[in-house]
Ligand binder design. Sequence first.
Ligand SMILES: [Zn+2]
Length: 146
Amino acid sequence: MAEQAQETVDTSPQPILPFLELGSSPHLRGFKCVCGAAYLDVKRVACSKCGEQNKFSPIKLSNKGKVYVFSVVHQSFPGIKTPYVTAIVDLPEGVSVRANLVDVVPEQLQKEPNKYFDMPVEMVTNVVAKDREGHDVVSFAFRPSK
Ligand SMILES: [Zn+2]
């Protein structure tokens, strides 16, 4: 039983979603088909562009993209602060990601929506919770590019 004396407790931050890579340069992980099509989801078995199966290799997706469309959310679950902005962000690899927009004023986006379509944004990570084992649970969002 002496071997168990060296048990270490891993409390490193954990991503909230499997395709979020943390570490020194957090990024989203996608998959690229041999034909060039890129995807975010990992459970895909065939490429919808060329039909090839299991010809995917992992790629690091860009942290910068553009707002394709957004919505200002006024009602949510208890404990979730509203209003907030949810968006679909297009990444240069051809992948679309749903995420919240932060560092924006929701009322401003409602007032002048046309100013925010195609807005350049960059990914940021933030700790949203702590799990039962004491890990910080990290999520991601996009904010206007600096
Ligand atoms: Zn393909």
